[in-house]
Design a protein around this ligand. Structure first.
Ligand code: F6P
Length: 548
């Protein structure tokens, strides 16, 4: 039985929770001067401080025991070896192979996939160099200036997040991303672009996604209004997909196609040809650094002992709060404007992977699974929702990510970045220690408040503290560091899915809405309903039709 709640460690963690819950982080730090040292791990120039968590040595030991009982080391081995651990789709899960260096081999159904992986990387290098160096010419003989990636979900969020994060490494090409079926997205993106100097990347693993195909069709119509000649499409449209037949049926020459494979999950695909927009932005050498950073973490995850393994500890801490403290969300706060899209990216990575209600064998889960992941860059969040984190009634475990050095030093002694750093450290400290009633009283008295006001305001100005956080401190946001950070989160998700005994690599939950939209569409066009709706949907349909 792999059901996590049946593990001995799970029972022991439940008892342990009752003993730990009343302890305050303030006291744990006071009693143990070595705490920060003991609960910090480092990987290259990333420091992972998890000491501000509501844990003791015993908690960590029990959580590690849980991982052992779930055979986490065995599942890690199986994933890297290319076993078909995506059981519902009977697929291997090998985004790790995409970042393997040359000379390695990984077998899927007895075939080494590495030669193909590197052949596509070579194809990406050749193509991107032609475009970036102005040798790839559009139909009127002009070089490409703007690149528009059309894709959604995993075929959009990774490239959006990485191209934004690595802005300091961009060349002169302008990158744009269109994902939403809302015509506004495409229309606003194309406004001001010149068809003669615009290249479209149609990115879709399945090449069957309605939003992407509809946007690509409209982009082609926009392009042909100027180019006139359908033969010109070959110079301006390339496809990235696993589905050659659908690419050709859409009208894109297969010589303009960059393939990948069904063993790459959409939300794990930025390392594949789906990363072509990234390569066009930052160049192949930087993309290879991104891959190398992720590969280095793969090696760490594969080989480091569980207690020193950062994704393992990240995953176990998440389980501690999710399943024992009943925290329903997990927040990610990058104190780096370049990482503004990291929360949105991780939302898909985490919630599409671990938002599951049945175990691998189809039986209902016996505990809650993936948390609601959310977040926003600091310091903006502090002036918006941090009030709830500090004084609300919900426990929100949070990750804070911050680079020591900025790409944009601004002001005397890099004033901007120092203020940013100070705020990041201050928030985790405030969450940990809070402010006692006595501290609040002394503070107000020192400020000269009247005795009545002091008494009245004490409860409002008291902070409970004891709110957990992790801090990821790194030197600077480089392609390598970013690759490592993303891979740490990918493997954290794997750790949690393994312990919850769910399949983190399918996403059947997105299908029902798609099916119902297909049924509703003809009705919007005035056709009779093919099936009855509930009265709310019926009423809304009538209202929409009357407003069209
Ligand atoms: O609808 C969800 C989803 O299937 C995601 O898993 C995927 O990343 C996205 O749609 C896009 O799919 P595709 O790359 O096949 O167009």
């Amino acid at each position: 039985m792999s059901t996590p709640t049946s593990f001995r460690a799970w029972q022991e963690l439940q008892e342990h929770y009752a003993r730990i819950a009343p302890l305050h982080l303030r006291d744990l730090f006071r009693e143990d001067p070595e705490r920060a040292e003991r609960f910090t791990l480092s990987f290259e120039d990333i420091l992972f401080d998890y000491s501000k968590n509501r844990i003791t040595n015993e908690t960590v030991e029990l959580l590690l025991q849980l991982a052992r009982e779930a055979d986490l080391p065995g599942w890690i081995r199986r994933m890297f070896a290319g076993e078909k651990i995506n059981v519902t789709e009977r697929r291997a899960v090998l985004h790790t192979a995409l970042r393997n260096p040359r000379g390695t081999s990984v077998l899927v159904d007895g075939k080494d996939v590495m030669p193909e992986v590197h052949a596509v990387l070579d194809q990406m290098r050749r193509f991107s160099e032609e475009v970036r160096e102005g040798r790839w010419l559009g139909y009127s003989g002009k070089p490409i200036r703007d690149v528009v990636n059309i894709g959604i979900g995993g075929s959009d969020l990774g490239p959006v997040m990485v191209t934004h994060a690595l802005r300091p490494y961009h060349s002169s090409l302008n990158l744009h991303f269109v994902s939403n079926i809302d015509g506004t997205h495409l229309a606003e993106t194309l406004r001001g672009l010149d068809p003669a100097t615009t290249l479209f990347l149609v990115s879709s693993k399945t090449f069957g996604t309605l939003e992407t195909l509809t946007n690509a069709k409209s982009a082609r119509a926009w392009f042909l209004e100027s180019a006139k000649d359908p033969a010109a499409v070959a110079k301006h449209f390339v496809a990235i997909s696993t589905n050659e037949k659908a690419v050709v049926a859409f009208g894109i020459d297969k010589r303009n196609m960059f393939p990948f494979w069904d063993w790459v999950g959409g939300r794990y695909s930025l390392w594949s040809a789906i990363g072509l927009s990234i390569v066009l932005a930052i160049g192949m050498d930087h993309f290879e650094e991104l891959l190398a950073g992720a590969h280095a973490v793969d090696e760490h995850f594969r080989t480091a002992p569980l207690e020193k393994n950062i994704p393992v500890i990240m995953g176990l801490l998440g389980i501690w709060y999710n399943n024992f403290f009943q925290a329903s969300t997990h927040a990610v706060f990058p104190y780096d404007q370049y990482l503004a899209f990291l929360p949105a990216y991780l939302q898909q990575a985490d919630m599409e992977s671990n938002g599951k209600h049945v175990q691998k064998d189809g039986t209902p889960v016996s505990c809650t699974t993936g948390p609601i992941l959310w977040g926003a860059p600091g310091t903006n969040g502090q002036h918006a929702f941090f009030q709830l984190l500090h004084q609300g009634t919900k426990l929100v475990p949070a990750d804070f990510l911050v680079p020591a050095q900025s790409h944009n030093p601004l002001g005397p002694s890099d004033e901007h970045h120092r203020i940013l750093l100070a705020n990041c450290l201050a928030q985790t400290e405030a969450l940990l220690r809070g402010k006692t009633a006595e501290e609040a009283r002394q503070e107000m008295e020192a400020a000269g408040l009247a005795a009545d006001d002091v008494t009245r305001l004490i409860p409002h100005r008291t902070f409970e503290g004891n709110r957990p956080s992790n801090t990821f401190l790194f030197r600077k946001l480089t392609p390598r560091t970013l690759g490592s950070l993303v891979a740490l989160y990918e493997h954290k998700i794997f750790v949690q899915g393994t312990i919850w005994n769910i399949n983190s690599f399918d996403q059947w939950g997105v299908e029902l809405g798609k099916q119902l939209a297909q049924l509703l569409l003809p009705e919007l066009n005035g056709e009779p309903a093919r099936r009855p709706h509930d009265s709310s949907t019926e009423r809304l349909l009538r209202a929409v039709r009357s407003l069209l």
